[in-house]
Design a protein around this ligand. Structure first.
Ligand code: NAG
Length: 267
């Protein structure tokens, strides 16, 4: 730009130079004293004007450039302001979120503290449970041992009982002693009847049934019975205790009875 301006200036100077030459030829000799001074001044003024014009143009260019720069800067400023506002909004949001997060964090921390306390309590409880479990386990194994002992004792007792039952079966004991419930005369009958000795004094082994008057042998063996009968005259065995001609006999009898066979005092 500046170089172009200087080029233009030197061209103008060149033109003025030849003009002055021509002028000098025409007016030579008429106003030799004053004319050159005016032309010089005019030339200087022209030069100055030209120079000023050039400077003005340069300045105008500069101003335009500056204006453009200012516009650019303004646009940039607006954009920056907008950006800053955005950032401020974002910052406010972030601060709010930060506060929320902080309060959440506090809540979490207190929860964690609570959980840690709970955990400690549970660990203590667990330890106590473990101790109790160990105690229970040892007690259980103790009881199991005791149980095994009792079971073996029970087995021994069972076999003992079986042995005793076997031994007892060989010598089953029974005995009964009974009488007629109603006194007085019974009969006479034309057919055989069963006398029921319903008044029972002893009935060891319960083999005698006073309801039927039958004795049932629980095991095979020899049984001994004895009873007393009284009767009139030659009739045997009619019973009449108040009769004057009463004769009594004491009867002893052995019976070999099979298992579950019965005997009764039939007349
Ligand atoms: C075994 O019998 C004895 C008595 O003979 C008794 O003291 C004991 O309790 C019995 N044991 C069992 C396990 O029944």
């Amino acid at each position: 730009m500046m170089r172009a301006a200087f080029g233009f200036l030197s061209l103008l100077l060149g033109l003025f130079g030849s003009g002055a030459q021509m002028q000098g030829d025409v007016t030579e000799g008429t106003s030799k004293q004053t004319t050159p001074d005016i032309w010089v001044e005019v030339r200087a003024l022209r030069d100055m004007v030209v120079e000023l014009k050039v400077q003005l143009s340069a300045l105008e260019d500069k101003v335009k450039e500056s204006e453009n720069q200012v516009d650019d800067l303004r646009a940039e400023l607006i954009s920056t302001k907008f950006h800053m506002e955005l950032l401020q909004t974002e910052n406010r949001d972030l601060q709010t979120r930060l506060r929320n997060t902080e309060s959440e964090l506090l809540v979490c921390k207190s929860k964690i503290d609570q959980l840690e306390r709970d955990n400690e309590a549970e660990a203590t409880e667990l330890k106590s449970f473990e101790r109790r479990l160990t105690t229970t386990e040892s007690r259980t194994s103790e009881l199991e041992r005791e149980n095994a002992d009792v079971q073996s004792e029970l087995l021994i007792n069972k076999s003992r009982i079986e042995q005793l039952e076997k031994e007892n079966a060989g010598k089953t004991q029974m005995a009964f002693y009974a009488g007629l419930a109603n006194g007085g005369v019974i009969g006479p009958y034309n057919t055989d009847i069963t006398l029921k000795y319903s008044k029972v004094f002893t009935n060891i082994g319960e083999a005698y049934n006073p309801a039927t008057g039958f004795f049932t042998a629980p095991v095979r063996g020899a049984y001994y019975f004895q009873f007393t009968v009284c009767s009139h005259g030659s009739q045997m065995p009619a019973l009449s205790p108040h009769s004057a001609s009463l004769s009594c006999s004491f009867v002893m009898a052995y019976f070999l009875l099979d298992h579950m066979t019965s005997w009764s005092d039939s007349d």
